[in-house]
Design a protein around this ligand. Structure first.
Ligand SMILES: C[S@@+](CC[C@H](N)C(=O)[O-])C[C@H]1O[C@@H](n2cnc3c(N)ncnc32)[C@H](O)[C@@H]1O
Length: 415
């Protein structure tokens, strides 16, 4: 049995790394080399479009020819990733003679170095060597990174404990409902929260993962009217952050899509509280997708418009130009409109939208409670009513609904 590997973290910023071969192996390895600041020389007569794109963007130097031994001049590390084992072997021998570490993509044990399975979390790099078994290494890496991300494995900071290294408040978009649809960044910040101020539509299953010491403030239960409630939420964010706590404001979907994220950001900044905004997967796109409806489709629609239906079209307070929307050929996605669907549909038809336009209502999309119906614009309100569909729901109006029907039929026909 050979001796175990000696692991190292290399500082390769600005240092030459030679990559020979322009196929998918190089395509997989080059981005992390570039991410570490390496000066990459890629040698290959042909490369994948992604690698060519990096060369065109000036991120690496591409020599569009076969490998020559002089390519090793000045290199600190070489990745032999051609499809010809004899070429990789020759590179490896030449690199050894020059004392340059060489990773062989075709036969790891034949090179002088081996790339581990790498994952990163919040400044921690996890690098796993699987004793020659890359799948095992990747599985261990995934397990560790996942646990770091959900907070079940702690990564305490021992340097600079006295100062906070993260902002006072993070406005985190938690996605449309499925707890798996929060972003990696959002989940990471959630795992570090002292206080979580949570909306009704944010996935509450995420709260199960929080340690017992985390204070959870249910924003839906904050008393007073709508306006006062927002003020009380702002106050809760600001007071906790000024008390030195890290506050996560967990919001459904994306914080800036009908989420009053802008108001909360403004209030925190006015109080001198630093804020990080973490975008989320908005229900406007994700909920139709969960029902099989793509909001755009080539040759069908070149636009999709997201509007709020929380104010009826005939209400003078409405800021939506329903007449213009009726003339849209593309997709119309209405949030907060299911209760006013009859008047919305009637307004669109009155302004010229075809009564036959396919329409869908999807309630509690992406969750285990998801329900949806499809009808025509003329009949969708009654159909939703008969099915008892209500808030929270998304209305989709446009030909993409018919595309969704077709795609769903194909899925259903799969064995
Ligand atoms: C106040 S808006 C917040 C939107 C959110 N910021 C976003 O980006 O998804 C709430 C509306 O979003 C829609 N919505 C949010 N989550 C939903 C879900 N899981 N299923 C259906 N509609 C949803 C509904 O129209 C609901 O009335």
């Amino acid at each position: 049995m050979s001796a175990p590997f000696y692991p190292l973290g290399l500082r390769i910023e600005g240092r030459r790394v030679l990559v020979v071969g322009g196929g998918t192996v190089a395509q997989r390895r080059v981005p992390s080399l570039l991410d570490s600041g390496a000066d990459v020389l890629l040698v290959s007569p042909h490369v994948t479009p992604a690698l060519e794109g990096l060369a065109t963007a000036g991120r690496l130097t591409w020599a569009a020819r076969r490998y020559e031994e002089s390519d090793l001049d000045g290199a600190w590390l070489v990745l032999a990733a051609t499809s010809a084992p004899q070429v990789n072997a020759a590179i490896s021998v030449a690199a050894e003679q020059r004392r340059i570490w060489c990773v062989r993509a075709d036969d790891g044990s034949a090179g002088t170095a081996w790339t581990p399975a790498v994952g990163r979390h919040d400044g921690v790099t996890v690098a796993v060597l699987g004793g020659g078994d890359p799948r095992r290494a990747a599985a261990v890496r995934d397990g560790v990174v996942e646990r770091l991300a959900d907070g079940s494995l702690d990564s305490p900071r021992f340097r600079g404990l006295h100062k906070r290294s993260i902002p006072g408040v993070a406005l985190v978009g938690a996605g449309p409902g499925d707890p798996e649809l929060i972003t990696v960044r959002g989940r990471r910040l959630l795992s570090r929260a002292d206080v979580v101020v949570v909306d009704r539509l944010a996935p509450h299953l995420l709260l199960d993962e929080l340690p017992a010491h985390v204070e959870v403030i249910d924003a839906a239960k904050i008393p007073y009217g709508r306006y006062m409630a927002q003020e009380a939420i702002n106050t809760a964010l600001i007071e906790n952050a000024l008390a030195g706590k890290f506050v996560v404001r967990l919001k459904g979907g994306d914080p800036f899509v009908f989420g009053r994220g802008g108001e909360e950001l403004e209030a925190c900044l006015a109080a001198g509280v630093p804020v990080e905004v973490v975008p989320g997967v908005t229900s406007a796109i994700a909920v139709p997708a969960a029902a099989g409806i793509p909001v755009t489709h080539r040759g069908v629609t070149h636009e999709f418009v997201v509007v709020s239906g929380h104010v009826a079209p005939d209400n003078p307070q409405s800021l939506v130009d329903w007449e213009a929307l009726a003339k849209l050929r593309g997709t119309l996605v209405v949030l907060m409109g299911v209760e006013r669907l009859a008047v919305i549909a009637e307004t669109l038809i009155r302004h010229g939208k075809s009564a036959d336009t396919p329409a869908a209502v999807i309630q509690e999309g992406t969750t285990s409670e998801q329900r949806s119906i499809v009808a025509s614009l003329a009949t969708i309100a009654r159909a939703a009513d008969e099915e008892g569909l209500s808030h929270p729901a998304i209305v989709v109006i446009g030909e993409v609904v018919a595309i969704g029907d077709r795609l769903n039929a194909l899925v259903a026909a799969l064995p």
